[in-house]
Each structure stands twice: as C-alpha cells, then as structure tokens.
Ligand binder design. Structure first.
Ligand code: LLP
Length: 446
C-alpha cells in the first residue's frame, strides 16, 4: 500500500513528498518521522470544503494531540483551520507558533487553575468545560481578569463507539463530560448561565477514536440537537455551536477501508440537519476536531534494520525471524497500548516482491513488538524499514524510555525536506536531572 505522495522511484526506493527516503535517512539519521506535507494540507482542505458544502456554517479544529510541533500549528493556521489543544503544553506550542488565539478550543477533563488562567489571559476562543468546579473556577478567573470567557460544555451523549476500550469516550461510563440522559448536563447548563464570568456558547461531545463505522456520530447528533432544544426550552439560552469532536479512522493496513472525509461530512451533516428538522430548531454552527484523520496517514517512520534473528519455536512449525529496528516502544507505543497494527515497506528495495514473514521488534529492554507479522523482501542489516501511518499519536506519545533520544521530524514536500523537530541529544536526556551537592564526586559508601 502506498499513501499520500508515497511512490517507488527509479532507484527502487520509497519516495515521499518527492524525497528519496534513503537520502532522508542519510541526512537526518534514523529513526526519523517523515511527514508528507501535501497529504496533510489536502486533508485540511478536504475537511473544510466537504463540511462547507454539506453543512455550511462549520469550522474544523485540528486536534493537536495527534501530532503537534510549532511548524504543524503554523501549517494548520495557513490552511485556515482552528486548533484543539488539551494542555498548557499544547497551548504554549500554539502560542510560540503565533497561532491566532481566537481560533483555539481548549480541552481537558481536569484543567488546573494555572491552565485556565493561561487560557483566559491568552484569550482562547472557547474553553470546553468538563466539571462543576471548573465552571466556578473559570468564571472567577475570567471575572478577575475583567473578561467574559466563552465556553462549550463537554457532554456525554451515552453512545457506545465500539472501538478500543482505551479510546472510547462517548459511552455513559466515561470520565469525560456531563451526562445528558441523567440530567447532569442540564444542571451544568444552568450553573454556567448563572456564572458571571462565562458565556455558554456551545455544546461538545467526542465519542471515540479510529472509527470506521459512522453510526456513533449519527447516534450522537440527535441526542446533542435534542439537548440544544431542551436548553432553549428550559432556559431560553441560544446555543450557537455544536462540536462533535474527532474520531474518523485511518488506514493502517491494506485491508482497512475507512470512510472518506467526504462521506463522513455528508453523513454527519445529514444527521444533524435531519435532527434539527425533527426537533424544530435552526441548525447551529458546527465544529469538528479531526486529529488522526489529518495527520495519521501523512506520517512514516524510517528505521535502520539491525541483525535479523531466526528463532525456532519447538511447538510451532517453521522458523520465526525477528527483525530488530533502531527504535520501538519509545517512538511508537501504540502496538503495546492498543494492539495497534501497522504496515511496512522495505524502503531501499521498495519495489521488490515480498517473500518472507518478519516480526518487527524494537530495541528496548522488553518485548516491544512493532509489527507481529509483516511480509517483506529478504531484509539485511542496514536496510531501511518504513512503517506507515505513524503521523498521529506516535511523535506525540513518544517517550525517553531506556533514555532513548526522541527522533527528529521532517516535513517533506516538492522534493524538499525541512526539519521541524530536531533529534534529541544525549545532553537533552540529562537536561532535567538535578544532582544534589551531596551526590557530587560520589564514591561507594559501603
Ligand atoms: N477531540 C477530542 C476532545 C478528543 O479527545 C480527541 C481524541 C480528538 C478530538 C481527536 O480524535 P481523532 O480524530 O484523532 O480520533 N492515543 C490514542 C488516541 C486518543 C484519542 C483521544 N482523543 C491512539 O493512539 O489511538
């Protein structure tokens, strides 16, 4: 499978954004996250155009948790999207990139007072409130600052998205949101309307992630619309915005067939428009927060292959071949966390027929398996492995486990590669360590 601008060039190498991946590996080292800029831009545009066409008054906020560096914020700004941030760190990154604060939505089930102060001070457009305490705190902070902070209420529509248990959010038993069905959300609305420092502008829900079936969205839409109507009937307050979160799935494997962005826009828009007609209300402004579906397929991780290791397992027929790569759990924790599966290409012999099954393993001090079973051409030490669809929740979730340095990130487009995050150095690894005086020049005490 080839994604975005990926192709096999005349050197039989995998090329992305017009850049030969072997050249990228030589120039920037491995592991390396390669982001296909054109693919990201196209997806941003497709989202905007599709929702403008199908719904009209809509805004697309890129969910920065999927992948964020300052250059990504700048790209998203250039494409005219909004940005969803979910921590002081993400908000700070957006600020450093000069992202317009009046296009930022600030999320989180537990925002600290410092985070709320930062959001109010910087002037983010919407804070998505997720607890009674937050409503009170935010209102007080905004009043002290002499401002009125616009908010959306994070609601729980009680929809089961049937995705991996760790990325399910819209079901009744969730740490997120005010429950609509049991009346908690209406209580929150009333409290919000009584708070002088805040203005209730919207309602929000996010049902889950990596969804191929759009039913959770079409189930959530009428629940949210009916809630907007109920708010109007009970309090007279107009709700201007409905935010349906993110969640559209992407292609990790050849056999994956997620709905297209156009299909997604059509289905979601129709569900909302139909629900508005049924509830007899005007359609609200619409916001979506795609993360994975913008960044996921645009990312490829390049690794250098170490020494293949053949293992005979007595109870199993044949020989298993482990293919170690120079990264693993620290640059992609998703296989370990979610049993996530990935596709891969032998980047320096990309057009050769796959002949052998490999188990791709990382180089951490544990059984970190990146891909349990992948067919590749015969692979040798020093070959380059390109793992696909690593643009979302890989760099963003990377760690320094085993004190690995986090890889660099490059944006590639039109034959040019730009570094957007440099590789960490060994100095970076110890930069937060503090060695108290009494440990200095330490000698064995025993
Ligand atoms: N909006 C909100 C409020 C969210 O919580 C999320 C994701 C999104 C938008 C974006 O969802 P997306 O379009 O990317 O599905 N680390 C997990 C994914 C966690 C998603 C959390 N929330 C993974 O690697 O699969």
């Amino acid at each position: 499978m080839l994604l975005g601008t990926q192709k096999i060039n005349s050197r039989n190498h995998l090329e992305i954004g017009g850049c030969d991946t072997a050249d990228l590996a030589a120039q920037f080292g491995t592991p390396l996250y390669v982001m296909d800029e054109q693919s990201i831009r196209e997806r941003c545009r497709t989202f905007k155009q599709a929702f403008d066409r199908e719904y009209g008054c809509s805004n697309i906020a890129y969910a920065s948790k999927a992948f964020i560096v300052t250059a990504m914020c700048a790209l998203v700004d250039q494409e005219g999207l909004w940005l969803d941030v979910a921590s002081a760190g993400e908000l700070y990154t957006a600020k450093c990139a000069g992202f317009p604060m009046d296009r930022i939505v600030f999320h989180g089930n537990y925002k600290t007072a410092d985070e709320l102060e930062m959001a109010v001070e910087l002037g983010v457009k919407y804070v998505v409130a997720d607890s009674f305490m937050e409503l009170e705190l935010l209102s007080a902070i905004a009043e002290d600052a002499g401002k009125t902070q616009e908010i959306m209420l994070r609601c729980n529509p009680g929809v089961d998205p049937h995705t991996h248990r760790l990325i399910r959010t819209g079901q009744e038993d969730s740490k997120f949101g005010f429950n609509i069905k049991n009346g908690t959300a209406m209580k929150a609305v009333k409290q919000a309307l009584d708070c002088r420092g805040i203005k209730l502008s919207g309602v929000h829900c996010h049902v889950g992630s990596q969804l191929f079936d759009l039913t959770p969205f079409t189930e959530a839409a009428p629940v949210m619309i009916e809630f907007i109507k109920q708010i109007k009937d009970e309090t007279g307050a107009p709700i201007e915005v409905l935010d349906l979160g993110g969640g559209l799935g992407v292609r990790y494997l050849e056999e994956h067939n997620p709905p297209s962005i156009d299909e997604f826009a059509k289905t979601v828009s129709e569900a909302i428009i139909t629900a508005c007609a049924a509830s007899d209300i005007e359609k609200p402004g619409l916001m979506l927060e795609p993360g994975r579906s913008i960044a996921g397929e645009a990312g490829t991780t390049l690794y250098t292959i170490g020494a293949p290791k053949e293992v005979n397992i007595p109870e199993e027929p044949g020989v298993k071949t482990y293919l170690p790569v120079d990264g693993g759990l620290s640059d992609n924790p998703r296989p370990a966390l979610y049993d996530a599966l990935y596709s891969a290409i032998l980047a320096n012999r990309a057009g050769d027929a796959p002949t052998k099954a490999y188990t791709v393993s990382g180089k951490h001090c544990e059984t970190d398996m990146l891909i349990p079973n992948v067919l590749l051409p015969e692979a040798k030490t020093g070959d380059l492995l390109a793992v696909q669809t690593t643009g979302a929740y890989n760099h963003a979730m990377a760690s320094n486990y085993n004190r690995f340095t986090r890889p660099a990130v490059v944006f590639v487009a039109d034959g040019k590669a730009d570094l957007v995050a440099r590789r960490e150095t060994l100095e970076d690894i110890v930069k937060c360590d503090v060695l108290p005086e009494r440990f200095k020049g330490s000698q064995t005490k025993a």
